[in-house]
Design a protein around this ligand. Structure first.
Ligand code: OGA
Ligand code: NI
Length: 360
């Protein structure tokens, strides 16, 4: 099971036919990189990539949140959280209570997975979940220099255990444990976000749910970092994304006022960003964060992203408390599945913002 399928429609599961191992391998960046320094055309950003600003102080001050202070409802920390989310849509969090040794082990087992023989990894291959590449799943105009394991975690109907790695041995258990730890953390975070806006604790409906999915990103070193991106500019479809980047390798960059900023990895910290669903639910009081991943020619890079998002059949709309004369309603309500169609279309084209379709 979990062998490949050829997909003619790109955004639906329809009309899938078996795919050979060679065809799958030809789309995996790790396999392409093994062949030599030549980069296939579909990865090249021919007009170049705008440079990013390096401002380490930003990450040591304004965008560094102490989770233990949020838990104790510190007024200054809540104000800092509010400011980070309304201006940047992201921050890094320390003192979050998840053991650093656990996070390091998670990165380590991810590395071990991507180092397995192709044959073993392909046991977890399927069109949209498991091991593979988005080039294969979505046929974008320009491809990302990235392979991944993408796994649905909830609701239960979407979980496909056949795509879950069996090796390394402790991988599955670690995913389950990490998911539990982040569920607890996300509940505290959601409450803190509501409090920072003087809202009722449950107002934002971000908490009290499990993550929807997890994504292990592998970005092999790249011979042409000036013309290739690990991930093109995008916003996540989530309420909140929790990202664990490898501690010694930079790559993540965020956009603010048309300028790109490098994210400085803080040892032991998690990077948290707001997604499109969060922007809609807060009536754009908190902003989605547009981000991208650069490549480098020296080191491979791993990251683990956990996504909290509304269910496909859920209605997404602004909290009424956040609509006012000063802040009129920005987006019409929609069902999550309607948004997902717009999301995949814009991903494929590499242009447009999925939320534009719902703007009032
Ligand atoms: C993502 C993402 C950033 C990174 O998986 O959506 O933006 O640093 N990842 O890997
Ligand atoms: Ni992202």
């Amino acid at each position: 099971m979990c062998m490949g399928y050829k997909d003619n429609t790109t955004t639906t599961m329809a009309e899938l036919s078996p795919l050979t191992k060679q065809e799958v391998a030809s789309m995996l960046v790790q396999e392409i990189a093994k062949k030599g320094d030549e980069i296939p055309d579909n990865f090249l950003h021919k007009d170049g990539i705008p440079e990013a600003i390096y401002d380490p102080d930003l990450w040591r001050n304004d965008l560094l949140i102490d989770f233990s202070l949020l838990s104790s409802s510190s007024t200054t920390e809540l104000a800092k959280l509010r400011s980070a989310l309304s201006q940047w849509g992201c921050f890094q969090v320390i003192n979050h209570g998840i053991e650093v040794s656990f996070l390091e082990e998670l990165i380590e087992v991810s590395k071990q997975f991507f180092a397995l023989p192709l044959e073993e990894k392909l046991k977890c291959f399927e069109a949209f979940q498991g091991y593979g590449s988005d080039t294969y799943s979505f046929k974008p105009k320009t491809s990302n220099w990235n392979d991944r394991i993408f796994l649905s975690l909830s609701p239960k109907e979407k979980v496909n255990l056949q795509c879950w790695p069996q090796k390394p041995q402790n991988f599955r258990i670690m995913i389950e444990e990490y998911s539990k730890k982040l569920t607890t953390m996300n509940e505290v975070m959601s409450t803190a976000m509501a409090k920072s806006l003087n809202l009722d604790e449950n107002c934002l409906r971000f908490g009290k749910r499990e993550p929807a999915s997890i994504r292990f990103n592998f970005y092999p070193r790249c011979s042409s970092p000036k013309r290739v991106l690990g991930s093109k500019p995008h916003s996540d479809l989530t309420t909140l994304t929790y990202l664990l980047p490898e501690k010694d390798v930079e790559g993540l960059e965020i956009l603010k006022d048309d300028k790109w900023y490098k994210v400085l990895p803080i040892p032991g910290a998690l990077f948290i960003n707001f997604g499109d669903s969060g922007e809609v639910m807060t009536n754009r009081v908190f902003k989605t964060s547009v981000h991208r991943v650069s490549t480098n020619s020296v080191k491979d890079r791993i990251s683990v992203a956990v996504f909290f998002s509304p269910k496909d059949d859920e209605e997404v709309g602004p909290a009424s408390e956040l609509i006012s004369a000063n802040q009129p309603q920005v987006y019409n309500k929609y069902i999550m599945s309607e948004y997902l169609r717009a999301f995949f279309e814009s991903y494929k084209l590499g242009s447009g913002r999925p939320l534009d379709a719902f703007q009032i």
